[in-house]
Design a protein around this ligand. Sequence first.
Ligand SMILES: Nc1ncnc2c1ncn2[C@@H]1O[C@H](COP(=O)(O)OP(=O)(O)OP(=O)(O)O)[C@@H](O)[C@H]1O
Ligand SMILES: [Mg+2]
Length: 1042
Amino acid sequence: MPLLQGTVGVEDLVLLEPLVEESLLKNLQLRYENEEIYTYIGNVVISVNPYQQLPIYGPEFIAKYQDYTFYELKPHIYALANVAYQSLKDQDQDQCILITGESGAGKTEASKLVMSYVAAVCGKKEQVNSVKEQLLQSNPVLEAFGNAKTIRNNNSSRFGKYMDIEFDFKGSPLGGVITNYLLEKSRVVKQLKGERNFHIFYHLLAGADAQLLKALKLEQDTSGYAYLNWDVSRVDGVDDASNFRAVQSAMTVIGFSEEEIRQVLEVTALVLKLGNVELVDEFQANGIPASGIRDGRGVREIGEMVGLNSKDLERALCSRTMETAKEKVVTALNVIQAQYARDALAKNIYGRLFTWIVNRINESIKVGTGEKTKVMGVLDIYGFEILEDNSFEQFVINYCNEKLQQVFIEMTLKEEQEEYKREGIPWTKVDYFDNSIICNLIEHNQQGILAMLDEECLRPGVVSDSTFLAKLNQLFSKHGHYESKVTQNAQHQYDHTMGLSCFRICHYAGKVTYNVTSFIDKNNDLLFRDLSQAMWKAQHPLLRSLFPEGNPKQASLKRPPTAGAQFKSSVAILMKNLYSKNPNYIRCIKPNEHQQRGHFSSELVAIQARYLGLLENVRVRRAGYAYRQGYGPFLERYRLLSRSTWPHWNGGDREGIEKVLEELSVSSEELAFGKTKIFIRNPKTLFCLEEQRRLRLQQLATLIQKSYRGWRCRTHYQQMRKSQILISSWFRGNMQKKCYGKMKASALLIQAFVRGWKARKNYRKYFRSGAALILANFIYKSIAQKFLLGLKNNLPSTNVLDDQWPVAPYKCFSTANRELQKLFYQWKCKKFRDQLSPKQVEILREKLCASELFKGKKASYPQSVPIPFHGDYIGLQGNPKLQKLKGGEEGPVLVAETVKKINRGNGKSSPRILLLTKGHVILTDIKKSQDKTVIGLDSLAGVSVTSLEDGLFSLHLSEMSSLGSKGDFLLVSEHVVELLTRMYRAVLDATQRQLPVTVTEKFSVRFKESSVAVKVIQAPGGGGNSKLSCKKKGSHLEVTVQ
Ligand SMILES: Nc1ncnc2c1ncn2[C@@H]1O[C@H](COP(=O)(O)OP(=O)(O)OP(=O)(O)O)[C@@H](O)[C@H]1O
Ligand SMILES: [Mg+2]
């Protein structure tokens, strides 16, 4: 079965495919199992009892259904109530809501939902509220007196109820009228196993306080009462005590006075006590059986409570007065008859009390005459019943349902027809089962079953249930909807289910076999006049008023109408009432026999679906066109399927729909365009539209998602950007402000400093602030002056060798003092230098050169320093002989002395005269002056000298010189420092070459193509006379300095 989008199964059975009982049941089951208890057939609501509280009621849901049209939300009783209320208000059309279904199917609950919806949506003024409250509070009162626990329903309504709620032109409730039908009075005296009497008895016993119980002469224990089925005194989920209080307060709200409430309770108690009046066999004097009361206490108590003479009551219970125009005959009743009379009295009292209560409520909620009203009727009446043993009650109930079915078919068809007419669509006649033949069978004025029953009841002579059945058999032997054993036999049918005392009627909803036993009695519903007269005699105003026929003055011999006739006429009134209103249907279904949630018995539901004619209903609804919808909502739903109508359509609704359907190529045969609605012939076409809509919705959802996401990101980005700009502008601003603040503060600081400085400068002269500086300068200057002057007057000696210098008096002068010391010293030296003669200068230069060559190197150097270089140690000046040694050499002799020449071969020394001139070194043997060796200064390669105090030195000749072959000279001089210094200077002057002077203890001396290694050692403990002793060992010459 294709599903409409987002629904469980189909929400409207009109769209069911295929339209057969099986699919209908499956659809209901599927929905029920998904807690979707409501389903539509057009504007009819099917309600499957959930047996659990579903979260689909209450103010939120009422508000929701108030705002939407019928098909826009899930099926609900609220939707139906809303349609009814809105058309009552807006179209000034009286409405009726017919709620039908089996016992326990949820009719009463549905009617309460309707009432609570209407109460919630209509006006809210104070006066209106009190009316609403009265109307709503009538429910608990009627339920207490009219409901009972049965096997099928813990709160079964044992009466039919029709309530007209009347509204003013604005839709505010003004009041109402309640009509009750056929209370199940037999329950007062007898209940089936597992069932209870009416709730009020249990409420009273459980809820009344001790004082009230005492006043009513009752005991709390239910088992003390013969009329109460004490095996089930309690019902699950029913709190009798609190319900009693609720009933009392509801009665007060409705307007019952305290006195009235008390009287109602007294009459109720009376019924209970009547059950306990025990009747026993007695015999009259003539032996005819009679009856009596076993214990007079019960009757006495009743008498005391209602102000009745107990003897009168006893008499009325145990005897019967037959009255004709001429005489009165009193006959005693046997026990059976007396018990029957007692029970009849109890049933009658209770039945009349119930009617009185209904009338009393009506009195309270009555609308004043003259007010123009609109009416909404709510009918909560027992549904079609097929019990195992069907009696008179089932017969009238089923009759009533047959009539309601008639109303239903006629009204639905009429409505359908009218709709087509209204919309200007040609109407095709639909064949449907017309049940008027059955209605006629029952209600025909002359030849109906009810008429026959009345006739039997009124007929003189022997009358019994079987004579009644015989009459029916005779009359309806040929009737297509009537069967009995007799008719079956005539047609040679064998049916073991048909009893001899039974007849069967083929109702629209199925065949029902009725047992005629006690039909006559129940129809007569007679109460012996003695009893009604006795009741009338009571002082109790309420009890008395219940039996007006007991007033002897009003006594008429005319029989009261039979129960059947009464019911028939009240059904007729009801029908008339319903026909005058716009009907709305709630079809209640009981899903299982066990009052169990979630359990769906297909067989049970199938039977009910047949009773309720659901398939019939769908067929009628689908005759012609299965689906219809106003142009506006239809276009709104499907316009997204065409590019011309989506997203904008500026034309009319109908044109828009035409465009959409044309684009979707829906066959024109499938469609009909009415004045305000479009009609679709086949559900398939609608499913097809729905499917396309579903696909399109997905596309649109994606588009919306896409656009939304884009929008969200964009706006988010823009917000972020805005925020970023704001933050950065604030940040920059703040930064600049801070920077400016700093700059300003700095500028102010500088300004302040400058100003301060200027001011101080200007004012300094006026203050002593500069004095410290001046003083400090002054002091400093004077200290410096004192220091310098002190120094001037106290200068150390100008001797260059004196390096004394006064210490600086203050640390601050120490640098200056050092500089001054340096300056002074340099000045001293300059002075000293300036006074030197050139000769002295020359001497000092020589000394300087000696120091450079030998200072720190040679041990004999320090001794040589103070001794001036003499140069001539052999008296050359005055000795011409020696002068000759000089040869032709120009210039002075720089050094002339006697040296020792050490023989390199043996280490022995021999004296020689050494002359140093500007160009040569001349060595001459002292004795043989012609034996002279002249060495050019340019031939000198270097000089080696020891570091000791000795005078040994070696003249190394360059190999190039002419004397090279002779080898180096090893000499000892006593003025070795002077000699070598002057030699060095002479070489420098002559050759511009620095003569290498090597201070060493080991050197080699070239000798005859080879060399001698000279090693000088200091003799241990040598004592400064510098004596040398040489030892030659091979090529080694060891010189020891003594
Ligand atoms: N809509 C509902 N939600 C929850 N429970 C429900 C609903 N309708 C009915 N019931 C349950 O089912 C029980 C029987 O319902 P209700 O008394 O309305 O049946 P009814 O058709 O009036 O029977 P009767 O003909 O015996 O009076 C209720 O007491 C309640 O427990
Ligand atoms: Mg009910």
